[in-house]
Design a protein around this ligand. Structure first.
Ligand SMILES: Cc1ncc(COP(=O)(O)O)c(C=O)c1O
Length: 394
């Protein structure tokens, strides 16, 4: 059983503010910050390449820790600069041709949608989106129908959207992808560190995530999981570099056997080590416990917000997570966020350009996003909701 006071003592930021922007970037535990600073100091003292040589073993631990987090093997993990970077690397590896179908959802992350639209414009890819159910979230029956009739080259699902408490049924989709044999890419950017992840159970070929959100790692770091199916099929970056592939003769090259084929030579070693510290911390706290507690805090937030006059809580779906979204006609995003900031409360707003299909269906053009993590407390949530209630539009 975890002790909240101990977890909060590990988290210097909780002394300054009520941080309810974990879906943006969570507060890191001191072990993450210290690990990063220690390596940066070593680089300044002995040289960047020499410091990396000294950290070879510790860097190997990055792959082992991330693999443990998602029930994979270290050979299936690559370090990336962000979730979007991981996503672009995966997309560049999938052999797409003119006319191929990418099947995605109405709630997939904005940058993923932009990548698909760009592929559509440049390469003649056909972008198809599965219908949502009335309850919210993708309709598995429609997904099955579309996979069966359209034979997509790629199925792409964002596990947890950026501006909604929805959790998509990624395992059910994975079973369909395995049955029909299509490549399956899961964006786990918001679920990593919030919800236990098991790539075997999900059945995905690629999974992408960032470190700074619910994993509580540093900014500028992420990871890509590539399944053995991907590795065995020889999928590789469109633009490999000398660390992921070997130039074997003037006109030939060989990708690495493992997922490091998706990496580039220049890596922020300090951030890799800090990321490992963050993943180890999450594993020590325990993903099941983190899942339960962060979702309880979110449920409390939803209940309190829903009781405020004029406020609508907007999260849909059979399963809801630690992201809470709400809207009220008398709110305006900038003054509301400034009012919260003045009360030492961190929240965020998301506009229409991050949810072009979800928000119009909900009848809103922006939402307030409140995203607690396990180190928050009920008292903090109550203080934040009281501050939201006290907000008066000038
Ligand atoms: C669901 C989802 N996917 C991907 C991303 C992109 O992550 P990054 O900024 O690390 O590229 C985000 C960021 O908010 C996100 O919420």
């Amino acid at each position: 059983m975890n002790n909240i006071d101990t977890l909060r003592a590990d988290t210097p930021g909780v002394r300054n503010r009520i941080h309810l922007n974990n879906a943006g970037a969570a507060l890191p535990p001191w072990s993450v910050t210290d690990t990063i600073l220690q390596h940066l100091r070593l680089e300044s003292e002995i040289g960047g390449y020499e410091a990396a040589d000294a950290a070879t073993e510790a860097m190997a631990g990055f792959y082992a820790s991330v693999a443990r987090l998602i029930n994979a093997q270290p050979r299936n993990i690559a370090f990336t600069a962000s979730a979007t970077d991981a996503y672009a690397r995966a997309l560049s590896a999938i052999p797409l041709r003119k006319g191929d179908v990418i099947l995605t959802t109405e709630n997939d992350y904005v940058s993923n949608q932009l990548a698909f639209l760009s592929l559509q414009e440049r390469m003649g890819i056909q972008l198809v989106r599965v219908r949502d159910t009335a309850e919210g979230g993708l309709d598995p029956e429609d997904m099955e129908r579309l996979i069966r009739t359209m034979n997509p080259a790629l199925v792409a699902v964002t596990h947890v959207p950026t501006s909604s408490g929805l959790v998509q049924p990624v395992e059910a989709v994975g079973r369909l992808c395995r049955e029909y044999g299509c490549w399956y890419l899961v964006d786990a950017c918001q679920s990593a560190g919030q919800i236990p992840l098991d790539v075997e159970a999900i059945g995905c070929d690629f999974l992408t995530a960032t470190m700074r959100k619910y994993l509580r790692g540093p900014r500028g770091a992420g990871f890509l999981y590539a399944s053995d199916r991907v590795l065995d099929a020889g999928l590789n970056l469109l633009y490999p570099d000398l660390v992921g592939s070997t130039w074997t003769a003037p006109d030939t090259f060989l990708p690495n056997v493992d997922a490091t084929r998706f990496e580039y030579w220049e890596r922020p070693v300090a951030l890799m080590l800090g990321s490992k510290a963050a993943v180890d911390y999450a594993l020590e706290v325990g993903m099941d416990w983190i899942h339960t507690r962060s979702h309880q805090l979110a449920a409390h937030t939803r209940e309190l917000l829903a009781n405020l006059p004029g406020v609508r809580v907007l999260d849909l779906g059979a399963e809801r997570c630690a992201i809470v979204t709400a809207h009220a006609g008398h709110w305006r995003p900038k003054p509301l966020l400034e009012h919260l900031w003045a009360n030492r409360i961190n929240c965020r707003a998301g506009g229409l350009t991050v949810a072009q299909m979800d928000f119009p269906k909900k009848g809103v053009d922006w939402v307030l996003r409140v995203s607690p993590h396990y180190y928050n407390t009920n008292a903090e949530i109550e203080q934040a909701v009281a501050a939201i209630a006290a907000f008066k539009q000038e």
